[in-house]
Design a protein around this ligand. Structure first.
Ligand code: EPU
Length: 426
């Protein structure tokens, strides 16, 4: 298994380029099933979740060509299969997007119940409610969700809870339905807007993405397209926090500063200096930060996907910070590991109380999920001594070349293969 070995205490400095957004890419790639011509996708992040998505498409019969490191041509015209098997689907949460796209394309889909990050209970009731409202029937047997429809018919859907995944699946299932579908209490994340722009570039008629009411008028035909995926605001936010935590000076390049506002404003609040430019932000760290409270909420609130990274920063702030997780039941699985590094954190349900300490010290730690991994990297970069991070496959699901990019900023981080890198003296 690979590990990251970090020798902490180096201030990050320089420029880092941000890759395409994971959560946009993992929706847009299955959406190519809806296109009746080839799709060329640019700014595709080179991460494991994208690789899995592309493998699923290929297994189903799609023609996938890598044109360069971040540009992919996908032609799905030979796809006939409407089943995504367990071995594939369980490897990533976003495999549930194949439900919506296959349903629209073939009136049938059979996909294993999703896997992905274990963040607590993650039901898909809102997805199923959308499919049913649009006229489909579903069943769940032997771990597989099966959906059938004679015809999908536009309707009005109110989400009981703001959900990114179900908003996206509702867009997939209604994009060619008869008539108008209105989604209310829809998610507003930047990747929802990106997906709507992608579908519109195929010929869809979607209005209102980015607000909580999205109107989708079903169309007969969707063509091919050339489309550039938006930059990943969570990768950008992670580098911003890493720059702050190491008291560094980093320009985070190739971003949409508006998407970063919830992160930027919290960083400013604790004392980080941020300069915003057209497509970059410069983050200038300080010696010590102020305490703060934060609660994660759907966009434009503070993103749950940045909560662990912020916790790592606040372990070294002055005073007591309170973090409330407003989206998931179990997103504090990094806390025990940060404690091993000297952090003072207690958790009660969805609330973490962080008493700032003077310093963290490097330790062997284990990653439980993607953003927990990002938090441990940030802690390792700002700690004294060596931090060895295990289970980094979780990090590589969602961050492209994390170690390479950090080395470019002056971090002392290497990836080691264990046990094969260790020579045991006999
Ligand atoms: N929920 C339901 N019923 C549903 C769907 C969701 O109760 O049918 C609940 C969830 O259990 C959760 C809340 O609603 O408590 C929000 O879930 P949402 O559907 O918004 O999350 P998701 O689609 O499963 C996506 C991202 C996550 C990100 C969340 C919130 C992808 C592939 N994943 O998950 O990304 O945290 O939205 O923004 O887009 C990550 O990148 O680290 C990550 C976990």
């Amino acid at each position: 298994m690979d590990k990251f070995i970090i020798n902490g205490g180096k201030k990050l400095h320089g420029r880092v380029n941000i890759s395409g957004a994971k959560n946009a890419a993992v929706a847009i790639i299955p959406a190519t099933i809806l296109a009746e011509g080839p799709c060329i996708l640019e700014n595709v992040p080179n991460i494991n979740d994208v690789t899995i998505d592309l493998q699923i498409l290929q297994e189903m019969g799609a023609d996938v060509k890598l044109l360069d490191k971040s540009t992919i041509r996908i032609d799905t015209k030979h796809i006939r299969d409407t089943v995504v098997p367990y071995e594939m689907a369980r490897r990533m949460r976003a495999s549930y997007y194949f439900l919506g796209t296959l349903l629209t394309k073939f009136n049938h889909a059979k996909v294993s119940m999703p896997g992905g990050c274990d963040l607590g209970d993650r039901p898909i009731d809102q997805h199923l409610k959308c499919f049913k409202s649009l006229g489909a029937d579903y069943s769940i047997e032997h771990g597989l969700v099966e959906i059938n429809a004679d015809k999908l018919i536009g309707t009005q859907i109110y989400f009981d809870k703001v959900t990114v995944g179900a908003t996206i699946n509702a867009m997939f299932a209604s994009v060619k339905a008869d008539g108008l579908t209105i989604l209310e209490n829809a998610a507003k994340e930047p990747h929802i807007v990106d997906l709507a722009n992608f579908l519109n570039s195929l010929g869809a008629d979607i209005m209102g993405a980015g607000t909580d009411v999205i109107k989708i008028r079903g169309v007969r035909k969707l063509g091919g397209t050339n489309y550039t995926i938006i930059p990943d605001q969570i990768e950008a936010g992670t580098f911003m926090v890493a720059a702050a935590a190491t008291k560094g000076d980093v320009t985070v390049n190739g971003v949409i500063p508006k998407h970063l506002e919830p992160i930027t404003s919290k960083l400013r609040k604790v004392g980080v200096t941020i300069e915003e430019h057209d497509d970059s932000v410069r983050v200038i760290g300080a010696e010590r930060y102020e305490r703060t409270n934060l609660k994660t909420m759907p966009h434009p609130g503070f993103p749950t996907d940045m909560q662990p990274q912020f916790a790592a920063l606040l372990t070294l702030a002055k005073g007591t910070s309170i973090l409330t997780e407003g989206i998931f039941d179990n997103r504090f699985r990094y806390v025990d590991e940060l404690r091993r590094m000297g952090a003072d954190i207690s958790v009660d349900g969805k609330v973490a109380v962080i008493e700032g300490v003077e310093r963290l010290t490097g330790a062997p730690v284990k990653v439980a999920d993607l953003r927990a991994g990002a938090a441990l990297i940030i802690a390792g970069l700002s700690a004294d001594g060596i931090t060895a991070i295990e289970e980094i496959q979780h990090i590589e699901r969602g961050y492209e070349d994390m170690d390479v990019k950090l080395r470019g900023l002056g971090a002392d981080i290497v990836k080691r293969r264990y046990p094969s890198d260790i020579k045991v003296a006999l």
